[in-house]
Design a protein around this ligand. Sequence first.
Ligand SMILES: Cc1cc2nc3c(=O)[nH]c(=O)nc-3n(C[C@H](O)[C@H](O)[C@H](O)COP(=O)(O)OP(=O)(O)OC[C@H]3O[C@@H](n4cnc5c(N)ncnc54)[C@H](O)[C@@H]3O)c2cc1C
Length: 296
Amino acid sequence: MEGEAPGGQAGTSSRIENYLGFPSGLSGGDLARRAVAQAQKFGVEILTPRVVTGLRVEGQYRVLSIDGEPDVAAHTVVLSTGVSWQKLPARDAERFSGKGVYYGAARSEAVSCAGEVVYIVGAGNSAGQAALYFAQYARHVVMLVRGASLEAKMSQYLVDQIRREDHVEVLLRHEVMACRGEDRLDEIVLKDCATGEESVHEAHFLFSFIGAAPRTDWLGGVVARDARGFVKVGDQLGPDDLRGWPLERAPYPLETNVPGVFAVGDVRSTSVKRVASAVGEGSVTVSFVHQHLAGL
Ligand SMILES: Cc1cc2nc3c(=O)[nH]c(=O)nc-3n(C[C@H](O)[C@H](O)[C@H](O)COP(=O)(O)OP(=O)(O)OC[C@H]3O[C@@H](n4cnc5c(N)ncnc54)[C@H](O)[C@@H]3O)c2cc1C
């Protein structure tokens, strides 16, 4: 069940270069299309758009509430709900969301960026990829990085590519303080965190990639989560989390505090935020699902 479109975050990536089997890289959209076709070949039914809003335990069943649809009951559930981008903490940023301020790489906007200056906020791999992608269309790309170096969070191959790009500029220790405009974004106010000085810049396109948070509120009270809302599994579960654990066996490595409910990928506490890790954990979980079903 998928709330938006199959592919998740990976589907929004302009170029994935570190996934096994694609030495020249491929676009996230291409990877998502291939994955859907492959899953359907194996008989997977993909229900989309279906937003899951609740999980409850009824005996052997794990019952999912679906927005606007009847409940669905299953013996096992694999949570792979990932993360979504945090809102830009700048004055009036929300007023311009979709009107100059975008979350993630809104690739449909690339053509409109021709001849413009594009601002990218963030310093992770996704921000780096977006900077290189928009550099193909925009007159100039400015990366706004709060920290003191690009290397802290970004893979070195992307840092090297960015340094080679003439029209990508990196402003370290800079933050967006405010967004301004009438109907669309026209200006941003930047703060140089080293000096505290603020400056106003004309800006019509700003893409934000600052931190991502899991969307797991609907699991509260049923599935144990860490302080940031990521789902705990296996030996991350403490005695308090396992107070209601009804089985003789301990939870499997990717199993939550609810027997038969697993969590994989970015939504899992302390996960490595990569496509290969999410796919790998999903594949490992299949064997635990079989073991759980065999024990029913
Ligand atoms: C722009 C960008 C570029 C990236 N580039 C790379 C890269 O080059 N290499 C790499 O390895 N990784 C990359 N990543 C990271 C990678 O995409 C993620 O690690 C990976 O997609 C995690 O997969 P996931 O299935 O755990 O979660 P997600 O990709 O976040 O997918 C979760 C899915 O669950 C759906 N969902 C959430 N809640 C619900 C609900 N309640 N009901 C129904 N559906 C729901 C969402 O709509 C979403 O489709 C990139 C990420 C971004 C954003």
